[in-house]
Design a protein around this ligand. Structure first.
Ligand code: HEC
Length: 211
């Protein structure tokens, strides 16, 4: 008996089912996701990152920050992320509409950065942390990026953006370390990491509590 057609249709059915499960169903669930527009402010969320931050996203990818830092806040019943202050709500697919590549990360060896810009608030940008995390947190194993800074002789007044280095990290007298354009771009990216806008599928925790 010729079993060829049976085998052929069996294989076809296997691949068709897999295609439906992995492509068609996710597309139906998420394919129409669009930014939401706030009725109060008229602003849409999420927004594409502006130039500097978009460059910074590429640097973040190329420097391998994603090896240790995740960018995804788990729901309250799925872990302690919200209690730790890493976000006001869980992350959902809509948050990443404009992120290419996605930098979700899979190994959480360090604090989640999904909402880092919001956490930073109006605090001074942590350039010193980018230069050498050990200058702030003794024993930190976060990656140092000295190549994002230029060592140059002070001419006249010290530059306003020169790093204020603590003891043990100071450079020779008459010299200063200033951020390069790449350091500014990476910082712009870190500051752009924020998602404290309530979404229909993920309300903010505070809003939920005040109900
Ligand atoms: C080898 C793992 C590792 C890598 C790679 C790494 N980090 Fe970190 N990072 C850490 C750890 C651990 C901490 C927490 C200790 C500290 O604050 O230094 C941290 C902390 C931070 C913080 C402060 C977070 C907070 O909530 O205060 C920032 C910002 C940060 N890292 C940015 C970066 C950037 C940008 C890169 C890529 C250039 C990077 N990290 C690469 C491990 C890593």
């Amino acid at each position: 008996m010729n079993r060829g057609p049976l085998i052929f249709f069996g294989i076809l059915l296997t691949f068709a089912t897999a295609w439906c499960g992995l492509v068609l169903v996710p597309h139906q669930q998420l394919g129409d996701l669009a930014p939401i527009v706030s009725e109060e402010t008229g602003q849409s969320f999420p927004q594409a990152r502006p130039g500097d931050a978009a460059q910074g996203a590429r640097l973040y990818a190329s420097l391998g920050c994603v090896a240790c830092h995740t960018q995804q806040v788990r729901p309250e019943d799925g872990g302690g992320d919200i209690a730790r202050g890493w976000g006001l709500r869980r992350s959902v697919a809509r948050d990443y509409l404009y992120d290419r590549p996605l930098q979700l990360g899979s190994q959480r060896l360090a604090p989640d950065l999904a909402n880092y810009g919001e956490r930073l608030g109006t605090n001074p940008p942590p350039y010193l942390h980018l230069y050498n995390p050990r200058a702030i947190t003794a024993g930190s194993y976060c990656a140092a990026n000295p190549f994002l800074f230029t060592l140059r002789a002070v001419t006249g007044a010290p530059a306003l953006d020169a790093l204020q280095l603590p003891k043990g990290f100071a450079v020779a007298a008459g010299w200063e370390l200033v951020p390069t354009a790449e350091a500014d771009q990476l910082m712009a990216y870190l500051r752009s990491l924020r998602f404290s806008v309530a979404l229909p599928e993920a309300p903010l925790k505070v809003v939920e509590e005040n109900k």
